[in-house]
Ligand binder design. Structure first.
Ligand code: SF4
Length: 332
């Protein structure tokens, strides 16, 4: 049995600035839209104040992929007097940076793939970003859960993941587990991410995002990822990633099974969503205690992180990496 080590987590206030998406992944509620298309800046300010009150260690600015393609988003950008969605995101970053009260809290970007100049622009205000290499399984991409979504093309996504290194902007990346992908394709995705992490040094954690059905989506009746698949994926990830890159899981999906997943090799409990925590209990702190106390009792040392170590880049490239070549992501 593995000796209990250090386990990290962060407390995140997600600010879903555009809970819409022009793509149509079958598991995702974003294409269904909602009441508001683009969050007004005054609401962004309110959300940040609320997150600070609850103890957020960072703010995630979240939107669907390339939402600027949607006419309704364009209309609302005009309402907010933003010339482009890029300008809008810059303003959101500025609002987080200038928010008052307590220690500064970093902002992280979760808006799908960007190109290198976009990453460069965002890196002034965002301490990091989240961009998953969702899957490299061609079946899932074309006829399965991703329904041919253009921004989910694994080659393009990988390009964007690598472009973030040039900005530089540190990344949480990862894959989805349980959307119909083969085990071999999971392994391939994690091997590629391991190579990218070694070569470019900007990957700060690799998330294994388990599928959970959302009401009203086309996969609402599809079974949730079983624990056995998740344990296997964690072990594969640990084999392929450099030791300094933690395997991240979403602890709120696996409350009953955290010891088993840590034993398998997970080291980060993910970004605990304050909105989910506080919606279930009046006090988010009680929820966090309930989640973490049993791990402390088993001997794990729990550390709360911000988006950082993001300020001190990892330099991994050594002589043994000189011949490292990022395998082309085959989609067959
Ligand atoms: S691209 Fe992302 S946000 Fe858009 S539908 Fe697919 S999973 Fe959802």
């Amino acid at each position: 049995m593995k000796r209990p080590g250090t386990v990290s987590y962060s407390l995140v206030q997600p600010i879903e600035v555009a809970r819409v998406c022009p793509e149509s992944c079958a598991f995702c509620p974003y294409p269904l839209g909602g009441r508001d298309t683009l969050m007004p800046f005054r609401t962004v300010v309110r959300e940040i104040a609320r997150g600070r009150q609850l103890g957020a260690t960072m703010f995630d600015v979240v939107a669907g992929d390339r939402v600027e393609r949607m006419p309704e988003v364009q209309r609302e950008l005009q309402r907010e007097r933003a010339r482009s969605f890029g300008d809008y995101l810059v303003r959101c970053g500025e609002i987080v940076a200038s928010s008052q009260g307590g220690e500064p809290r970093p902002a992280r970007l979760d808006v799908g793939p960007l190109d290198s100049s976009e990453w460069g622009r965002m890196s002034r205000l965002y301490a990091g970003a989240r961009l998953l290499l969702t899957t490299v399984d061609k079946e899932v991409l074309n006829s399965g859960a991703l329904c041919g979504s253009s921004t989910q093309n694994p080659e393009k996504r990988l390009e964007s993941i690598i472009a973030a290194a040039e900005a530089p902007i540190p990344l949480t990346t990862g894959t989805m587990i349980g959307i119909g992908e083969s085990r071999a394709s999971r392994e391939k995705a994690l091997r590629v991410l391991g190579e990218v992490a070694r070569r470019y040094g900007h990957i700060r954690s690799v998330l294994l995002q388990a599928f959970r059905p959302h009401a009203a989506t086309r996969m609402a009746d599809y079974p949730a990822t079983p624990l056995s698949d998740m344990l296997d994926a964690v072990a594969i990830a640990r084999r392929h990633l450099p030791g300094v890159v933690p395997v991240q899981i979403n602890a709120l999906d696996w409350r009953e099974h955290l010891p088993a997943l840590l034993e398998a090799g997970a080291e980060d409990l993910g970004d605990l969503n304050l909105r989910v925590l506080s919606a279930r209990e009046a006090d988010a702190r009680i929820e966090i205690d309930l989640l973490l106390k049993p791990l402390e009792e088993k001997g794990y040392k729990i550390e709360r992180r911000s988006v950082l170590g993001f300020t001190d880049p990892i330099h991994l490239a050594g002589p043994e990496d000189e011949n490292a070549r990022i395998e082309r992501v085959e989609t067959h």
